[in-house]
Design a protein around this ligand. Structure first.
Ligand SMILES: Cc1ncc(COP(=O)(O)O)c(C=O)c1O
Length: 369
């Protein structure tokens, strides 16, 4: 059995020689960014692959989140989840918006729709839910609340590449959805991201915003930002797309082996997919319960000693970081479920190149007496 370190994730890299022709084309074109051919081609291919109408590529998911909020002129207060990566609520602070944290559902670990209405105030303008681990949010209940109160919905769909519900892509819900193509994600462009939007007009506004607000050589219509994806990143995305089905199939198999190996282990609960017709197996979270022989943190350290680097996603909660913890909605008693889950969760390694040996080693290491 190999004993080399196993990290929580490892980026999927197609063979280097397959990337070289793309680079040669970029060298020949001498167009490196600003919506070049690779960029245009990737937008087209991603729309087809994801089953969406309009996509605007970005240099990363965080700038895409900032721009999505700008595009809809969201202000005031936005309801969001504390159980996510910090970029979700940081994007609100960067726009001068006050995040209002609402607790999560104990099964999906996504924003609990039953608790949203109580957090709405006259200042609330939008909801920013996260499809955490690629598990779909309660999209219909959230939309109903948004419609009743005339709120916008921007999904942080950073984990949800390729996820579908029975009606199609999960990315079609809400006003906008934002993807991350960071190196750690199921589909990566080294760094990258995208906004999925419902119509050409919104996409045009987003395109202006991601290019400093420029409409043409001499006209600037908004205080935009530089959110453009470069040609090298877009080219890598085109190559990744050729391999994505294989990568997802491998993840599905790893997820199956984990579930088979872990189900029935006393004190470990699995997070079940809810509502997706097609999952992407982007993470493998387990919950270490009180009847497991050791605590979550002891297990985390024990795995580390065996060179298995699991991660406590999402701990600490966003609401625990200094720029948030003074807020009323960040208090522990407002977020009992999120606080409980953050103490129990551990994400196990999952990535296409994880070997059978490594998987067995991880499952064995969970068998603690
Ligand atoms: C839920 C979530 N939102 C936002 C981001 C930010 O994306 P990026 O790293 O591409 O800026 C990430 C990941 O990094 C994420 O996991």
């Amino acid at each position: 059995m190999s004993d080399k370190p196993v990290f929580v994730t490892q980026p999927y890299l197609p063979p280097l020689e397959e990337f070289l022709p793309y680079l040669e084309q970029i060298w020949a074109n001498k167009i490196l960014t600003n919506g070049g051919v690779m960029h245009q081609q990737l937008e087209k291919e991603l729309c087809a692959y994801l089953g969406v109408e309009h996509i605007a590529l970005f240099n990363n998911g965080t700038i895409a989140l900032l721009t999505a909020l700008q595009a809809l002129r969201v202000a005031g207060e936005v309801i969001t989840t504390p159980y996510s990566f910090v970029a979700t609520s940081h994007s609100l602070l960067w726009n001068g918006i006050k995040p209002v944290f609402v607790d999560i559902d104990p099964y999906t670990l996504n924003l609990d729709p039953i608790k949203i209405e109580a957090a709405i105030t006259p200042q609330t303008t939008a909801i920013m839910p996260v499809h955490c681990y690629g598990n779909p949010c309660a999209v219909e209940s959230i939309q109903k609340i948004a419609d009743n109160y005339n709120l916008r919905v921007i999904y942080d769909a950073a984990h949800a590449f390729g996820v579908e519900d029975v009606g199609g892509s999960i990315l079609r819900h809400g006003d906008l959805s934002v993807l991350s193509f960071h190196a750690t994600k199921v589909f990566n462009t080294f760094e990258g991201g995208a906004i999925i939007c419902p119509d050409a007009k919104t996409k045009q506004r987003i395109n202006h915003l991601k290019n400093f607000g420029f409409v043409d050589e001499v006209t600037v219509v908004a205080p935009g930002i530089n959110g453009k994806m470069s040609e090298v990143n877009a080219a890598f995305g085109l190559l990744q797309l050729k391999h994505i089905d294989l990568a997802l199939a491998r993840r599905r198999e790893i997820d199956r082996v984990y579930r088979e190996g872990i189900r029935g282990m006393k004190g470990i609960s699995l997070v079940e997919g809810v509502g997706q017709a097609t999952a992407n197996y982007s993470y493998f979270p387990i919950l270490v319960e009180a009847d497991y022989p050791i605590s979550r943190d002891e297990l985390y350290l024990q795995l580390k000693k065996k060179d298995i680097y699991a991660r406590r996603y999402f701990y600490p909660l966003i609401s625990e970081f200094p720029m948030y913890r003074g807020m009323q909605s960040a208090q522990c008693n407002n977020l009992p479920v999120a606080n409980e889950v953050a103490k129990k969760v551990l994400c196990l390694p999952i990535y296409p190149d994880l070997s059978k040996d490594e998987l067995d080693r991880i499952i064995d290491a969970l068998k603690v007496e």
